[in-house]
Design a protein around this ligand. Sequence first.
Ligand SMILES: O=P(O)(O)OC[C@H]1O[C@H](O)[C@H](O)[C@@H](O)[C@@H]1O
Length: 552
Amino acid sequence: MESLVDAESELAQIQQQLKSQASQLQKVSLSDLLTGDTGEQRLKQLSARFAGWHLDLSKQRWQPETLKVLADWADARGLDEHRQKLFAGAIVNPSERRPALHTVLRWPQEQPAPEGCEKAVAFAQQQRGRMASLVQKVRSGQWRGLLGQPVRDVIHIGVGGSDLGPRLVSDALQETHHQGEVEVHFVSTMDATQLVPLMRKLDPATTLVVLASKSFTTADTQFNLNTALTWLASSLDVSIRAVCERHLIGVSARPEKMTEFGIPEAHQLVFAEGVGGRFSLWSPIGISLAMQIGMPAFNELLAGAHAMDRHFLEAPTTENLPALLALVGAWNCQWLGIPSHAVLPYDGRLECLPDYLQQLEMESNGKSVDINGQGVDHPTCPILWGDVGPNAQHAFYQLLHQGSHTVSADFIAVRRRHRHAAEGLQESLRDQQQLTLANCLAQAQLMALGDDAIPPSLRDHMARGYRGNQPNSLLLVDELTPWSLGALLAMYEHKVFVHSVLWGLNPFDQPGVELGKLLAQGIYRALSNGQTNSSDQVKDPSTDAMISLVTS
Ligand SMILES: O=P(O)(O)OC[C@H]1O[C@H](O)[C@H](O)[C@@H](O)[C@@H]1O
């Protein structure tokens, strides 16, 4: 009892320190912090490096002392104890009574499994072995469709965590890892927007469908699958069952549902219920991606993520990249009250990163009830948004620089690129890379310094009004490879976990997404049978009127 009281009073003291530091720092401009006497030292103390990723946190509205208190806060919140539980496969998702096993999926074959995770590691590796042989069969042309032809196109059907991760990595590695014969196409939207053009241009005889759905119940995915199978069956003039046997691979945590659906066991891949959808990229949910980049590159992705797992487990908090990202994130949204965070990749290959992080962060920590069901009396996950930085400069940077909202930001950039480009193109592509990096650094500086960034020679002529004081981090990597990308995504996964520890949340469930789906089912029934609304739905004149309009 005494130690609990001590722990609580220590925590209260730390939070008091953070509160007073926040009010002090609200009075100091980022420009003063950056350009003051301690500028150089500050840079050293507020940056860290691992796995080729350099993290610069010196353009954040804090001091090295703030970081120290934030690290104490993480300590007082029991970060290490929670982290050990995560990696030991303990129940860290109490509402669903599950562990969180995403780190198990990238545990190296040659290393003994963490205690408590032996079975989970063995199962994950067994399924990865089965995945590798299916990938080999498709990439080598051994897999033949109903008309005896090899696969040329894969339609990956999945949504949310069964789409965003594989799509992001497939996009990001398209330029460097796409030698095979197989084209991968991602279909997620329930209205068939992505499926219709594919059904027009692809050859059904050489098309394979990958059904990716942890629950195997998600309507978006089931409806897209139904349409795709109907297209294949009618185009090839065969039964849906025949199509399921030769043009479909299923990936799910529910093997019994895949069997019931008619997917041959040999074409089923399974992952554990303890792997969250938004943490499932590393599981067989990544099979379509592996068909594009090959298993060696997929294993590189896992190896980079595992290296980040080790770093997260072992590095001291103030040198620990995921922990640092989490501490500065919590500092901004909870203590400085900044409700919005922009993700700005200065590399078009990372176009899907903001979407991926929106799910990872907002579906994990977008909560106001803590892990014990108690209300939380402070801000939690910020509103995350973003786009490819150079394009966004011509879209929403006006608001970042002269708007009325404080926005924190992550800039993400790659130093070297286009090394394998054709001889004659190397110079102009190198110039484009230099231009991109220059814009990244300039915009990060302007977000921090505002008017103070105006060059002295232009001060008399240049219009002012650049707000500055927009705290931002820079993540810079030498090259974008499967390994460095794996490390980056694992870094963000662990950032999310640290946030959940600081805020006392369960980051592995998503109860808030269910009721909307349920209401949609009722209205779907009403739309299907032309009624205004089904009897078990709550009635409101506005929705009823719209249903009538839709059905009229
Ligand atoms: O993979 P599935 O079970 O089809 O789920 C796909 C997605 O839908 C759910 O509604 C959740 O919001 C996501 O966490 C999940 O990734």
